[in-house]
Design a protein. Structure first.
Ligand SMILES: Nc1ncnc2c1ncn2[C@@H]1O[C@H](COP(=O)(O)OP(=O)(O)OP(=O)(O)O)[C@@H](O)[C@H]1O
Ligand SMILES: [Mg+2]
Lengths: 251, 481
């Protein structure tokens, strides 16, 4: 589904991604771990098409299509979803209004009519139940004054509403309490199917107990320095990253 | 391909004013210039009684001695008042005609404006008094209103039919001597609306007037007078658009509101007159005096969405004369390209326990200048007066300006005055967040701006809130920079 080939990206002449190779197939869950500043969020942003980052080499291919020319919204319309590490506030715009706009814009891009209000309400009810979100919460301004955990849960609510093909969850676990982590992880698992894929970026093994990855990759200094199965996460939890910092092998 | 900011800017610059078409209706226009004879001729054209002619002449003499004000934070070439024609009426207009008889060109113009009268009638339960240039051409719902004793008609008719009311109230809230433009308006006003709500009557529908400047080189001087008798209620909406014109057109309206004991007036304006082109050429000069008087327990609420005009000078105000009276001002002012707006309000607290609320949202883009100017004045006898003011500015790009001039004069120690102000920018991060969710940049800006303006949009009557949102979208299209 997703194929990243020798991806190099920079910002203001500083190279951050230094040749990433990654293949994610439909139905798979991949975890990306790695020390602070390794380039994990940058990779997520580049996949989503953030223009601040300049791709200098390599490419991102989704379902055989090179995304190079696609704007962020076009990528979103093709099914790329990013759960932000730091979701932004949009004062005065309710969560409901925002997701409604997002859904209808994607439908418009596909040449479809707006979703009828009745269906929209039904979908909202279903997904907010799935994530145990109080519906009063949905009429609040997007992310404004939300607690850290509320912001993250709201990201996953949007993911549930949009039903993306490829979801990238950037540190969705950080800020979530133990119960919330379980609820959110369950939600993600319920949304999983053989036709979509998930990339989870995390620092902690704990999330991976719930969302079990097929592969774990370690990103360090703009490169994937090690890939393995879920046991790799356990090993990292135990040993930290130091032992990997000299590795250059990619599997 | 991704939309670059550069491309967005380009698009904005080349974007034509949506309503910039010119309807070719034969019109009956006075020669340019202003003198006592012209004032008399206007009065004669309208078959006015002598007292009205004298009132106009008095105003003209006052105006002649006045100077154009300079204190506002706006820069423009002063209009040549002798180069303007002071009367222009669509020739075929006849107030006695039914809608079916209205000039098809006029109806086409309404259609382009999106204000089909029939549709308004059926769908929105709105009584519309449409003013094209200087004469009212179609009035709907008159009969329904008449059953309740509500008078809603062009002011020129009211002068004929209800002289006692017009005489009693006109010029009492905005005197002829008030300011340069008010004096000018008093001398040459050609039309506008008159509305009287009898004691104890709640007006069952929104009353609405659409103003529109059409004939090139003509100024428009409407005069609106709304009187809400004791314990009555009315919600009034004024909407306006003007076609594109190269020369600047002058618009100097006067609106007077009178809310007697326990009455409430809600006055909403949506203004999208031609703002000039992307180089700052042309556009309407909008110099408006709006003021309301509240008697005991009365309430006046001004809501305005100002997206048009090259230069705006406008301060809808409330005189809180009666005890426990309430004044409100909710404003959204958008400026783009070279537009300049100096707008705000005056809340004058005279009575005891008077309260006022001011919410101002200024949105500036392009090379525009957007100023809020407000005065909260608490008189020495106004025990326990309260005011809350909030002025928020949203900036797009680095070439525009937002300014706030809040003045407070409190002469009573029991006054409670609160003022809050914020300035923010639309962030790249906000745009990217929206983009990532499939929302393109233009839509994202519209969404963010609507969110920013929500507290004010919520104050508009429902039907018009939708229109106002569209206007915000149109006037800011592609303005990220
Ligand atoms: N806009 C930018 N300008 C300059 N440097 C940047 C920019 N964005 C990211 N960087 C730098 O790129 C590097 C990678 O950042 P990134 O956010 O991708 O790290 P990360 O792996 O997600 O870290 P964390 O685990 O702390 O979230 C960091 O050194 C960061 O400072
Ligand atoms: Mg990160």
């Amino acid at each position: 589904m997703l194929k990243i080939n020798n991806l190099h990206a920079q910002v203001e002449d500083k190279e951050i991604l230094k040749g990433i190779n990654l293949e994610v197939k439909a139905g798979e869950v991949h975890a990306i771990m790695g020390p602070n500043g390794a380039g994990k969020s940058t990779l997520a942003s580049v996949i989503a098409g953030k223009e601040e980052f300049e791709v200098t080499k390599g490419d991102v291919v989704l379902d055989g299509e090179n995304l190079e020319e696609d704007s962020p919204e076009e990528r979103a319309h093709k099914g790329v979803f990013l759960s932000f590490q730091y979701p932004v506030e949009i004062p005065g715009v309710s969560v409901t209004n925002f997701v409604k706009t997002a859904i209808n814009e994607s439908r418009k891009a596909r040449g479809e009519e707006d979703m009828p209000a009745k269906d929209m309400l039904k979908l909202i009810r279903e997904k907010s139940d799935l994530l145990e979100i109080d519906r009063k919460f949905l009429s609040r301004s997007l992310n404004e004054g939300f607690s850290g955990g509320e912001k993250k849960r709201n990201e996953i609510f949007q993911m549930a509403m949009l039903e993306p093909k490829l979801a990238i969850l950037d540190e969705t676990d950080s800020g979530l309490d133990i119960d919330a982590l379980r609820i959110v992880a369950n939600g993600v698992n319920k949304l999983k199917s053989k036709d979509n894929a998930v990339i989870v970026i995390t620092h902690y093994q704990r999330l991976l107990d719930y969302i079990v990855p097929d592969y774990v990759h370690v990103l360090h200094n703009g490169k994937i320095v090690k890939s393995g199965t879920k046991e790799l996460a356990l090993e990292l939890e135990e040993k930290g990253y130091d032992w990997l910092k000299n590795e250059t092998i990619e599997s | 391909m991704a939309y670059t900011e550069e491309e967005l800017k380009k698009e904005l610059e080349t974007q034509e004013y949506e309503y910039g078409f010119y309807t070719d209706i034969e019109s009956d226009t006075f020669p340019k210039g202003l003198n006592e004879d012209i004032v008399r001729a206007i009065s004669k054209k309208k078959n006015e009684p002598e007292w009205m002619t004298d009132w106009r002449l008095d105003a003209f003499r006052i105006w002649e001695k006045m100077e154009e004000p300079e204190w506002a934070n706006v820069n423009y070439e002063k209009p040549d008042f002798q180069a303007i024609s002071y009367y222009s009426a669509p020739k075929k207009a006849d107030p006695n005609k039914s809608l079916d008889d209205v000039d098809p060109d006029l109806l086409e113009m309404y259609r382009k404006l999106g204000i089909s009268v029939d549709e308004q009638k059926k769908l929105q339960n709105v009584a519309v008094d449409i003013v094209v240039d200087s004469v009212s051409v179609a009035t709907t719902f008159k009969e329904t209103l008449a059953e309740k004793g509500i008078i809603f008609m062009p002011i020129s008719e009211a002068i004929q039919e209800h002289p006692e009311l017009v005489k009693k109230y006109m010029g009492t809230i905005v005197p002829k001597t008030d300011n340069f433009y008010a004096a000018l308006n008093s001398a040459v006003f050609t039309d506008g609306s008159f509305c009287y709500i009898p004691k104890g009557v709640k007006c069952p529908m929104e009353l609405s007037t659409y103003f529109r400047i059409n004939e090139g080189g003509t100024g428009q001087f409407e005069r609106t007078l709304v009187i809400a008798d004791e314990e009555s209620y009315v919600s009034y909406l004024e909407g306006c658009t003007a076609p594109s014109r190269d020369e600047n057109q002058l618009h100097a309206a006067v609106v007077e509101l009178i809310a007697l004991d326990d009455a409430e007036i809600k006055y909403s304006t949506v203004q999208n007159w031609y703002p000039g082109n992307s180089e700052g050429k042309g556009g309407v000069y909008n110099f408006v005096t709006k003021r309301g008087l509240c008697e005991k327990n009365a309430k006046i609420s001004w809501t305005q969405v100002e997206t048009g005009s090259a230069v705006t000078w406008k301060y809808p105000s409330c005189i809180l004369k009666g005890d426990n009276s309430i004044g409100e001002f909710y404003s959204i002012a958008v400026t783009n390209n070279y537009q300049q707006a100096d707008t705000g309000t005056k809340m004058v607290h005279l009575g005891k326990n008077t309260r006022s609320t001011i919410i101002s949202k200024g949105i500036s883009a392009g090379k525009s200048q957007n100023s809020y100017r407000g005065l909260v004045q608490i008189n020495s006898r106004a025990e326990n007066a309260r005011n809350f003011s909030q002025c928020d500015s949203l900036l797009m790009g680095n070439e525009c300006g937002a300014h706030t001039f809040p003045y407070i004069e409190a002469k009573n120690k029991t006054a409670q005055i609160e003022h809050e102000a914020t300035t923010s920018k639309i962030g790249e991060d906000q745009i990217f967040y929206c983009n990532q969710r499939g929302i393109d940049t233009e839509k994202a800006i519209a969404l963010i701006v609507n969110g920013f303006s929500k507290e004010v949009l919520n104050k508009l009557p429902m039907e018009f809130a939708v229109e106002a949102q569209k206007l915000l979208e149109i006037s800011l299209e592609g303005s990220v920079g």
